[in-house]
Design a protein around this ligand. Structure first.
Ligand SMILES: Nc1ncnc2c1ncn2[C@@H]1O[C@H](COP(=O)(O)OP(=O)(O)OP(=O)(O)O)[C@@H](O)[C@H]1O
Length: 253
C-alpha cells in the first residue's frame, strides 16, 4: 500500500539537541491524521519535515527518509520548492498577506506558478478555493478589501483557501485553531470534516479532545518518540501504552 506520507527512521537535530529520535510513521491517504502530544515533544518539528520547511532553520539536520506517495522528498534531485507546492501548510497564527486583497491572497499562488492561463480561470480557481474553505459566502461581496477586517477564524479560512488554491496533495496544519475563538474553532473543525474527503490532512494539536473530535488516525508523540499510533477510536478507547492513557485522560499535561 502506498501512503500519503511515510517516515523511515526519521531523526531531527537542532545542533546537538536530538528532538526526533527515530520515528517510523505511516499516514494513509485521505482523512485527518493527528499528531498529538505535550508541548515540546516534537510535533511541529516533525510536521516541518513533511514539506522540508525544517530546512529554513540553519541549525536543523534531518536524517532518515520522508516518502511522499512513495517518493523520498529528501532525494538529491528533489527541489524543496516543488515539495512545498505539493504539501501545503497552515500555521498557528493566521497569516494572510496584509498588503494583498482577499482575492489576491488566494490568487497569488496559482498566478505566480502559472497554474492558470486566463483571468476567467483564475477567477474560477479563487471562487473554488474560497468555497472549499467555507468562506465564499462571507467574502464574495468584498473580494477587493484587505484581510485586516476579517475575524481571526475568517483569516484562518482565507489562509486555508490560499493553500487549497495550489491544489496540494497533502495539507499540513500546525495547531490551526490555537489562536481562534470557540465559534471560529467549530467552523474550522467542521471544515476539516469536509476537506478530509478529498485531502490528506496532517493536524498538529496539543489537545487530546481536538484529536478525538476531528481525526481518523492519531499518533502520540512524547519526547521525540512515537509512543503509539492507530485509528483514533482505538487509541482513545483502548490505548496500548500507559503513557498514552495518561495523556488522553489529561494526566500528563
Ligand atoms: N529552532 C529551534 N532551535 C532549537 N531547538 C528547537 C527549535 N525549535 C524547537 N526546538 C526544540 O525542539 C523540541 C521540539 O519542539 P517542537 O516545537 O517541535 O515541539 P512541539 O511538540 O511542536 O511543541 P509546541 O506544542 O510547544 O509547539 C523542543 O525541545 C524545542 O525546544
Amino acid at each position: 500500500m502506498k501512503f500519503a506520507i511515510e517516515t523511515k527512521n526519521l531523526h531531527v537535530y537542532y545542533g546537538k539537541n536530538h528532538v526526533i529520535t527515530g520515528v517510523d510513521l505511516q499516514i494513509p491517504e485521505k482523512g485527518v491524521f493527528a499528531l498529538m502530544g505535550p508541548s515540546g515533544c516534537g510535533k511541529s518539528t516533525m510536521l516541518r519535515t513533511f514539506n522540508r520547511l525544517i530546512e529554513l532553520n540553519d541549525e536543523a539536520r534531518v536524517e532518515g527518509e520522508v516518502l511522499l506517495f512513495g517518493e523520498n522528498i529528501y532525494g538529491k534531485d528533489v527541489d524543496p520548492m516543488d515539495v512545498r507546492k505539493r504539501v501545503g501548510m497552515v500555521f498557528q497564527y493566521p497569516n494572510p498577506f496584509p498588503h494583498l486583497t482577499i482575492y489576491d491572497n488566494v490568487a497569488i499562488g496559482p498566478k505566480l506558478n502559472r497554474m492558470v492561463s486566463s483571468k476567467e480561470e483564475l477567477d474560477k480557481r479563487v471562487e473554488w478555493a474560497l468555497r472549499k474553505a467555507a468562506l465564499w459566502d462571507e467574502v464574495k461581496d468584498r473580494l477587493n478589501d484587505y484581510p485586516s477586517n476579517l475575524s481571526g477564524g475568517q483569516m484562518q479560512r482565507l489562509v486555508i483557501a490560499r493553500a487549497l488554491a495550489m491544489k496540494p496533495e497533502v495539507l499540513l496544519m500546525d495547531e490551526p485553531t490555537a489562536n481562534i475563538d470557540p465559534v471560529g474553532t467549530v467552523k474550522i473543525e467542521e471544515l476539516l470534516f469536509e476537506l478530509k474527503n478529498d485531502y490528506t490532512i496532517v493536524l498538529v494539536t496539543h489537545s487530546p479532545a481536538q484529536a478525538a473530535r476531528v481525526s481518523d488516525y492519531v499518533a502520540f508523540l512524547y519526547l521525540g518518540k512515537l509512543i503509539e499510533v492507530g485509528p483514533t477510536k482505538k487509541v482513545f478507547e483502548n490505548p496500548e501504552h500507559e503513557l498514552t492513557e495518561k495523556y488522553v485522560t489529561g494526566a500528563l499535561g
